[in-house]
Structures are given as C-alpha cells and as structure tokens.
Design a protein around this ligand. Structure first.
Ligand code: ADP
Ligand code: ZN
Ligand code: MG
Length: 486
C-alpha cells in the first residue's frame, strides 16, 4: 500500500524584547550568573501582579499580520497548570481559547528555483506565553539547580495546520517562517541558541484517505536539518508499524540526534492534563482596529513580495531572486545598491558570487557584519564600467574591502591596480608574446582559433592582470590578422 505523511508544526519563538513579558527584568541575561535577572513576579512570589509588556502584544500582532492571520478583537491569558521545578508558579501564563491571532498561512514552494508550485500551509493560531526557567544538573549526578533567568521571557507559539506532507516541505515552512520573522525583526530565530524551537506532529495514512491518522509528537530537534531527519525517520517507522498490521500509538517521542532515531518519551496515558484556567490577574485586552492598522503600516516588504519584485521588475532569475529575498540582510544590501545602479544583474552576481564566497570564507553570516557597504560596491561597479579596473582586478578589490574597509578608489591607488588601457604599452607586450610563442602563431594561422585565448592569457600574465582585456583582445586580433595576411 502507498502511504502519505501528514505533518503539523508547533514553533516557539522567543521575542527579542528588552524586558520580560510580565515584569521589567532584562531578557539579555546570556552570560550572566544564574538567578540575577529575576524579580518577585517572574520568580513566582505570592501577592505580586503581572503587567503585560506592551511591546509583546505589538510584536504578536505584527507577526500575525505578516503571517496573514486575523487579529483577535479581544484576547486573554490563561494559566496552563503543571508541576515542574523550572516553573516557579506551578502554571505557565499562556493563551487557550482566545489567542491573539488565528487563521493565517505561509506560502512554501518546496524548491521554487526548480519551478515547483506554490503551496499555502495554514496557520491555526499564534498565542503569547511566558518561557520557563532552566534546570541545571550537578556534575555529581545527585543534585539539580534551577535558574530562573529565562522564566518570563516572552514567547510566541505558532501552530500550523496539518497541511505539510513531506519533511522538505516542513523545512521550507520553517525557513520561510524564520525569514519572515527576521524581516519584521521580532526574534533572532536561532535554533542553536533556543530562540526558535520546533515540535513536529507526524502521522501517516493510506494515500487517498482523508481522515487523519494517529499522530506522534516529536521533540528535541535543534536544527532545521534535525527536524527534517526526525520527520523522515518517524514517517518510515510509522509506515513499518502499519505494514506489520499494528496500530500507531499516540505518544510523544524524543529525537536522538546522535543516533538519528526517535524514542518514546511518554504515552498518551501519561500525558499531562493541563487544565487551563483564565488568568485572573490580567484583564482581557481589546485591540482597536486603528492600532492594528498602525502596526500594519510598519511592516516592511515581505519575502514573497520582494521575490516577485525581483523577478518581475528587476528581471532577476527565480534562483537569484529567491536567494536574495530569502536573506533579509542581503536583500536590504541589494535594495540599497539597486537604488543607485541599474544593472541589477551585475549587483546580484557580485553579491551572490565573490561577496558571498568571501563571507563564507570568513564565517560571516550577516553582510552588515562585514566591512563592505553598498557604497563600496557601487563605487567598484562604476570603476569597472568606466574601464579603470577589470572584473578580475575587482576581485582583488573585494578582498581588500573585506580586509581594510577602504574605498575602492583608495585601494586601487594603494595597490597600483589601475587597468592598463594604453595602446602602445599593450602593443609592446603583444609583440613580446608573439615573438615568444611561434608555435601558437602558426597554430592560429593554420586555423586554430583556440590559440587566441592562450595568447591573451600570456599577455594578461605579463601585465599581472592589469591590461584591459577588451583592448588586449581587439589589438591582438588585429596583429594576428596582419601576420596571417603577410
Ligand atoms: P494537541 O491537542 O495534541 O496539542 P492539536 O490539535 O493542538 O493537538 O495539534 C497540534 C499540532 O499537531 C498542530 O500543528 C496540528 O496541525 C498537528 N496535528 C493534529 N493532528 C494531526 C495528525 N493527525 N497528524 C499530524 N499532525 C497533526
Ligand atoms: Zn522579573
Ligand atoms: Mg495543542
């Protein structure tokens, strides 16, 4: 029998606000001593009242709008009850039946560059909640400690519909989500440092069946690649169970990265009954349409719109457009260059070619962390266009911009890189090369055009790449024609 997988993702993102969700404690505790970014509210002392950080609500609405959701007119918080030492109050303040956002979607392409079709993955809901602290286990194996620095850090939980069918579609969804969240600047979205966490719900069913199968929830993945591998493993495992005639057990499984397998964590019978209660210490919030509109007006151009603009208005290839639009910093850099220079393809080639290569070499993720600025690239492109430097020399200029942050004109002067366009100088070199390579000359005369390339190479070598290649080509052809006709 053929099986189809059904996948829904639950993503937690940490909002990069300065302070926690219900108290003024700083969220920038990384590297600090345990329990130094805590107060009576986030450590769960009795008799204190939470106050909602307005920035959290704003960012939740912004995220909802960017993900095509409808925003609740009224939203409220609830207590999700469970006991765990990292949860100081014995409940997490979350949202149950009146989440801030519902019914959105993300468009994925599953490899748009290869021309596949767009697909909408539904977003069921987005809600706000507080993070828990962290348990730290002692080296003696007998003691545990708890650090509440993370308790009360604001999170958004973004729940997808079970619309995803393959692990690569899941990865595409996560990548698109991360790109959008970075564009709107609400979260750092870093899976390695925990500011983005993802649980995957996976079931299988016979192809063509419309009812959902029993789902398994997988936790503990710490990269997009890990999510993809965990899903692949789980789909295969479930198909085997079905084919053996057994039933899938509803359970939570943990992904073991080292072994690349999923393992049972708890069965349905052991699942928590959270028993949500309305949070009595926080009022319901009414959200005015004018406030939603004001937030909407702060949204930047989002990746799908950017992609279409690059494709339709700037005539970039789908591949180039998706690489640029998929990287908020690179796209911002490109936009700033494109505002001052109309050869968009040239900007793209430099950005996605030599500049990206250089960033990889240096381990730089964000182009704005490198020393190159749009002004550098614009100046360099102008110097190529007016013949001051060749494209080959420009590569050296790029290296030097990355090293020193100096302006291209200054670098060219400093390193003596100005292109040689002087006819009589070039002619001298051509004559030298012709004299030194009688074999290539006779090859050319007997019709082997390839000899030209070799001779150009020799000339460029003698001028250490500084001769203007266009002039070299033209003059060499003229000289060779003279020899041929002589
Ligand atoms: P729970 O009550 O267990 O939290 P939800 O209905 O809230 O389950 O769904 C949680 C996530 O699981 C959502 O992302 C949803 O799309 C996904 N999901 C629900 N049912 C299935 C299923 N049968 N197979 C795969 N994913 C599912
Ligand atoms: Zn606090
Ligand atoms: Mg749920």
């Amino acid at each position: 029998m053929k099986y189809e997988a059904v996948i829904g993702l639950e993503v937690h993102v940490q909002l990069s606000t300065n302070t926690k969700i219900f108290c003024p404690c700083s969220t920038r505790y990384s590297g600090n001593e345990p329990n130094t970014s805590v107060c009576e509210v986030c450590s769960g002392q009795p008799g204190v009242l939470p106050v909602l950080n307005a920035e959290v609500l704003k960012r939740a609405v912004k995220t909802g709008l960017a993900l095509n959701c409808s925003i609740a007119k009224r939203t409220k918080f609830d207590r999700k009850n469970y006991f765990y030492p990292d949860l100081p109050k014995g409940y997490q303040v979350s949202q149950f039946d009146m989440p801030i956002c519902e019914k959105g979607y993300i468009v994925v392409n599953d490899g748009l560059a290869e021309g596949k079709k767009d697909k909408k993955i539904g977003i069921t809901r987005i809600h706000m909640e507080e993070d828990a602290g962290k348990n730290v286990h002692g080296a003696d194996g007998k003691s545990s400690f708890v650090d509440y620095n993370r308790a009360g850090v604001p999170l958004l939980e973004i729940v997808s519909e079970p619309d995803i069918r393959t692990s690569s579609e899941a990865k595409e969804y996560l990548e698109k989500l991360k790109t959008i969240l970075k564009y709107i600047d609400v979260s750092d979205c870093n899976m390695e440092d925990g500011s983005l966490r993802c649980d995957a719900n996976v079931s299988v069913r016979p192809a063509g069946e419309t009812k959902l199968g029993t789902k398994v929830e997988i936790k503990n993945m710490n990269s997009f690649r890990g999510v993809q591998k965990a899903i692949d493993y789980e789909i295969e495992r479930q198909i085997k169970v079905c084919e053996s005639g057994s039933k899938i057990t509803q359970e939570t499984r943990l992904y073991d990265e080292a072994k690349a397998v999923t393992l049972t964590m708890r069965k349905k019978e052991e699942a928590f009954d959270y028993r949500y209660f309305p949070e009595p210490d926080l009022p319901p919030y009414d959200i005015a349409q004018k406030d939603i509109d004001a937030i909407r007006s702060t949204l930047p151009e989002l990746p799908d719109a950017k992609f279409s603009r690059y494709l339709d208005e700037m005539q970039l290839s789908a591949y180039d457009a998706s690489l640029l639009a998929g990287n908020p910093s690179l796209a911002a850099f490109f936009d700033r260059c494109a505002a001052g220079y109309k050869n968009y393809k040239a900007i793209t080639n430099w950005l996605l070619g030599d500049i990206s290569k250089k960033m990889n070499e240096l381990g730089i993720d964000d182009i704005f962390d490198a020393r190159i600025r749009p002004e550098h690239l614009l100046e360099m492109l102008a110097l190529i266009d007016n013949g001051t430097i060749s494209g080959k020399i420009a590569k050296t200029v790029i290296d030097e911009i990355f090293a020193s942050g100096e302006k291209p004109a200054k670098i060219i002067e400093k390193l003596g890189l100005v292109q040689i366009s002087d006819d009589s100088f070039i002619l001298n070199i051509i004559n030298e090369v012709v004299a030194e390579n009688p074999k290539s000359i006779s090859d050319y005369i007997s019709g082997k055009e390839a000899a030209v390339g070799f001779l150009v190479g020799q000339i460029m070598k003698k001028t250490r790449g500084k001769a203007n290649p266009r002039i070299v080509n033209e003059m060499l052809i003229t000289e060779l024609a003279k020899l041929k006709n002589a």
